[in-house]
Design a protein around this ligand. Structure first.
Ligand SMILES: Cc1cc2nc3c(=O)[nH]c(=O)nc-3n(C[C@H](O)[C@H](O)[C@H](O)COP(=O)(O)O)c2cc1C
Ligand code: SF4
Ligand code: SF4
Length: 439
């Protein structure tokens, strides 16, 4: 059976599945049951200075799919609303009882050195394995100069990270906000400040929907609302891209990454790991389905690894990174064409409408003698955009089939149709990333 254990910048964990800093990790009662269920580690709900934060009622809202499944989750909750003393006492007790699990403590303090210098020895004394700096909370705390207010300014990220490295021996994980133009800038700043790792993403600024009778957004606090932080499966593509951006940036390429955002099953986790994550963190899926989802995650990942011959997590970690490149290095000579499996087709016509109205008019609709409709791809017109395959309600009914063109690899920098042809040197670089100036 595949070995799921990890060593993440010196933090050992029996599996890569950690609960993210949030309600599932805000007290010993929850964390103990999470460990009983099999989670490899937790990032304790963010601690701050006393007096503790005060929360409003209500706090959550959701973006729903057609069958009321939650696609995205939104919250306006702050950091822990319990005292520092209670949290530290519980962390100490839980770590003592569960020494093999990863215990990371999330922290958020004002942008001054003294409070960090004061709290770090207290956290160290709990026996915790590491700290995570919450530079991402997008609501409430930025108004007080914390959370995303720090994470959006690379200079602050570097400065606070350096203070933490100065005042603790514990590994320092910097949690990044996605509410920024280029996530590589704060990641580079974290590295420059001495961070042992980064974690991402925290939540995305959001308003999910409105009560149009009352003209107020959800979650409503009386007659008003505010933007919250978006998470859950809807943010997974944003998070995956940001993880990949950091993993393939030459400056941060070796920096350990804890992947967060929309992870709900083993496959999501495998994707994050393949794109650069060394551990993964889960919040919304646990809030919606409970701690036991980790069983499927562990079993599924181990089975898939066995099937693929990956003995441990390191065997496939970052394997998809070299295949993630800039657009200009994609092969202009690659060609794929849609193919409809007539045995599977139910004749709904969705592919036809999609291609006819918004793509390349490459699907023909034929009415047969018996009145049945038949859909066929016009090969010469198909540009291989994937739209029909995406709209088709029948799984594996439309396949995108790579064509044998006989043409060699040629990227845009080498393409004679490129009016701003780039240098040959650039073309030779092939699969590399664009470079931004270090923060
Ligand atoms: C209700 C709620 C409270 C959260 N509180 C914190 C927090 O205190 N500290 C923190 O770093 N992240 C907090 N987060 C963000 C999560 O840790 C995580 O980064 C985010 O939800 C994305 O992961 P997910 O898609 O698995 O939920 C919170 C998220 C939710 C939904
Ligand atoms: S791949 Fe795009 S162009 Fe080709 S048939 Fe499908 S929708 Fe039309
Ligand atoms: S969308 Fe799929 S099932 Fe519907 S007509 Fe097209 S190929 Fe057939």
């Amino acid at each position: 059976m595949a070995d799921l254990s990890i060593d993440f910048c010196g933090i050992k964990s029996p599996n890569p599945f950690w609960l993210a800093s949030a309600p599932p990790t805000d007290k010993a009662y929850n964390v103990v049951r999470a460990f009983e269920a099999g989670w490899g580690g937790v990032v304790w709900k963010t601690l701050g200075e006393d007096p503790p934060a005060v929360n409003v009622s209500s706090r959550y809202s959701a973006h729903y799919g057609k069958n009321r499944e939650v696609i995205g989750f939104n919250n306006i909750e702050l950091i822990t609303d319990r005292s520092l003393e209670i949290n530290l006492r519980e962390i100490t007790a839980v770590k003592k009882a569960w020494p093999d699990r990863a215990m990371i403590v999330s922290l958020m303090l004002p942008c001054e050195e003294a409070p960090w210098a004061a709290i770090l020895p207290l956290v160290e004394a709990t026996g915790a394995d590491g700290i995570e700096l919450n530079f991402g909370c997008p609501h409430g705390m930025p108004e007080r100069g914390m959370g995303a207010a720090v994470g959006q300014v690379p200079e602050y990220v570097q400065m606070v990270t350096a203070w933490c490295k100065k005042h603790t021996r514990l590994p320092v994980i910097v949690k990044l906000t996605p509410n920024i133009t280029d996530v590589r800038a704060p990641a580079r700043a974290a590295l420059a400040g001495g961070a042992d790792a980064v974690s991402l993403i925290n939540t995305v600024n959001s308003i999910t929907h409105l009560d149009l009778d009352r003209m107020v957004a959800f979650p409503a606090v009386g007659n008003a609302s505010t933007h919250g932080g978006y998470c859950g499966s809807a943010v997974k593509p944003i998070a995956l891209n940001m993880v990949a951006e950091i993993a393939r940036d030459p400056v941060t390429a070796g920096l350990p990454i804890s992947g967060i955002g929309g992870i709900g099953n083993w496959r999501d986790a495998a994707e994050f790991i393949a794109l650069g994550a060394g551990s993964v963190q889960v919040c919304t899926a646990a809030m919606l389905h409970g701690f036991r989802i980790v069983e499927e995650m562990k079993d599924g990942l181990a089975r898939w690894m066995d099937e693929k011959g990956y003995a441990d997590i390191a065997a496939f970690s970052r394997k998809a990174v070299p295949n993630t490149t800039d657009w200009k290095y994609l092969d202009m000579n690659f060609q794929t064409i849609a193919h409809i499996d007539q045995d599977k087709c139910i004749g709904c016509g969705k592919c036809f409408v999609a291609c006819e109205d918004t793509s390349h008019q490459a699907i023909a609709q034929r009415i047969m003698e018996n009145g049945a409709r038949r859909y066929e791809v016009i090969r010469d017109e198909c540009v291989g955009c994937n739209l029909c395959e995406i709209t088709c309600p029948v799984e594996a009914c439309i396949a995108m089939v790579p064509q044998e063109t006989g043409k060699p690899y040629m990227n845009w920098t080498q393409d004679p149709r490129n009016p701003r042809a780039e240098s040959r040197a650039d073309a030779a670089v092939g699969q590399t990333t664009a470079v931004i100036e270090p923060a």
